[in-house]
Design a protein around this ligand. Structure first.
Ligand code: TRP
Length: 396
């Protein structure tokens, strides 16, 4: 079976280093590994609209931002399709049929939806589109016959729901049309989720604690120098804590041994630096300066590529158009198979016409057969007449 990747993002803002560590870096590796027959990356604008329907401009704008972020990070349009979700009507159609296989109670149990409903303050007024987006995500994944969905932990309930839909579809319609996907979680702990620069659990635009891939170097430095560390590490000589110290969490995610020779030659590796910090005698400013250098090593090539792309927007447009066209072709094939399995492919060939013609012809023939024929009627009349005659004679 072909190994196919499908993954995606909602285009509600520029991508930040949390996205880089949590997913982008991995996607580039997978793309270049040669292990996959297809890599599809979905810009999920229709899903973004489920809670931004009143702000389509924002979504529209960010499609380009996200596409530029992808390519800057090393997504190669020759190897991966970058696809705009809403431009593939087949996904909407699949969603509608899958909705038959999912109960309201099942959607209510989806923990990610639950959390998001709370975060967005929908209360009792949850838009149906938002509530049902896991079904649409199942359509995204299955339309491409994806075997592998690289995504964060928060997407696990979506993949589980997708797998249930696949099983339900294949068993209800006695087929093996749909493929059950597997989630591929980020590799190491530091990659799971990068906290915000303020030490809060998550990087998020609304909290203003993100470092964006597109931030200029000076902006990155400013944000790093203002980062949350260990609040009890007041004097340089004080012992410091590594756990929950955002600067070290970022170093875990970005640092390579080779950076020490250049930026902190007094240490051989991160472990030595950490031990010094824990012992006392290593100041936050010094660690932050080191982190800034480490981050700039990663971000500088990305910024360079971004600057090139920003000067060639028609190229990015073509990439989106071609990726979407390739995506639609695939989704249309799957939709045709789905409809065939559900026996709702009426005008596909003449099977329906022929079978209906036969059904009605048979109905007409059997109606003819059970209708008493003329000779039968005559026989009945004759019998009735004989019976009357016999009765009369008896009464005489
Ligand atoms: N729900 C994902 C997110 O919020 C985005 C997404 C949409 C997605 N369709 C997908 C992810 C399909 C993986 C596969 O980030």
């Amino acid at each position: 079976m072909a190994k196919i990747i499908l993954t995606g993002d909602r285009p509600t803002g520029r991508l930040h280093i949390g996205h880089y560590v949590g997913s982008l870096r991995r996607r580039v590796e997978l793309q270049n590994s040669g292990e996959f027959d297809e890599v599809n990356i979905l810009i999920a604008d229709a899903q973004a609209l489920t809670d931004n329907f009143d702000n389509p401009e924002k979504v529209r704008d960010n499609i380009f931002e996200v596409a530029i972020d992808y390519i800057s990070c090393g997504i190669d349009p020759k190897k991966s399709n970058i696809i705009i979700q809403s431009m593939i009507p087949e996904l909407t159609e699949l969603t509608f049929y899958y909705a038959d296989l999912v109960t309201v109670a099942r959607l209510q149990r989806n923990p990610t939806v639950k959390t998001e409903v709370g975060m967005r303050g929908f209360g009792a007024s949850i838009p149906v589109g938002f509530f049902t987006y896991p079904i649409s995500q199942a359509a995204d994944i299955t339309a491409f016959k994806a075997t592998t969905v690289p995504a964060g932990e928060d997407q696990e309930p979506m993949i589980e729901q997708t797998r249930e839909i696949v099983r339900s579809f294949n068993s209800t319609y006695h087929c093996s049309t749909l493929v059950e996907p597997e989630i591929m979680l980020p590799g190491n702990q530091a990659s799971m989720r990068l906290p915000g620069t303020d030490g809060k659990e998550k990087m998020s635009k609304s909290l203003g604690n993100c470092i964006y891939l597109s931030d200029p170097a000076a902006e990155v430095k400013r944000k790093v120098m203002g980062m949350y560390t260990d609040p009890r590490h007041v004097n340089v000589s004080d012992p410091g804590r590594i756990e929950g110290n955002t600067v070290f969490t970022y170093l875990d995610a970005f640092c390579k041994d080779e950076y020490f020779a250049e930026y902190a030659p007094e240490y051989a590796n991160l472990q030595e630096m950490k031990e010094h910090y824990q012992r006392g005698g290593l100041g936050d400013v010094k660690v932050k300066k080191f982190l800034n250098n480490v981050l700039q090593e990663t971000l500088e090539p990305i910024r360079k590529k971004r600057a090139e792309l920003e000067k060639d927007i028609p190229y990015v447009y073509e990439v989106l158009k071609e990726g979407t066209a390739a995506g639609e072709k695939k989704a249309a094939e799957t939709l045709a198979e789905v409809k065939h399995s559900m026996k709702i492919d009426y005008f596909n060939g003449d099977e329906w016409l022929v079978s209906q013609e036969k059904k009605f012809a048979e109905k007409a023939a059997s109606a003819d057969a059970s209708k008493p024929s003329k000779s039968n009627i005559q026989l009945l009349r004759q019998k009735a007449a004989e019976a009357r005659k016999a009765a009369k004679e008896k009464n005489k």
